[in-house]
Design a protein around this ligand. Structure first.
Ligand code: ZN
Length: 64
């Protein structure tokens, strides 16, 4: 579980597992917009795969 605290007065608002959360602090009235830092990263394998294929293609050209 992750502690959710107000960014303005640092009051503890909740404990939660979340990806995105909007919560209003009941003490100071500040809206806290939170997003989890552990979001899955985008895959970059397509770029690496394309480079690898280009290398194989240029090396496998038959000589006459
Ligand atoms: Zn607050």
């Amino acid at each position: 579980m992750q502690e959710v605290r107000c960014g303005h007065c640092h009051r503890k608002l909740a404990e939660a597992i979340y990806t995105r959360l909007n919560i209003k602090c009941p003490r100071c009235g500040t809206f806290n917009h939170l997003s989890a830092t552990s979001a899955p990263a985008e895959r970059q394998s397509s770029v690496a795969g394309r480079t690898l294929v280009d290398g194989i293609t240029s090396n496998s050209v038959p000589k006459h």
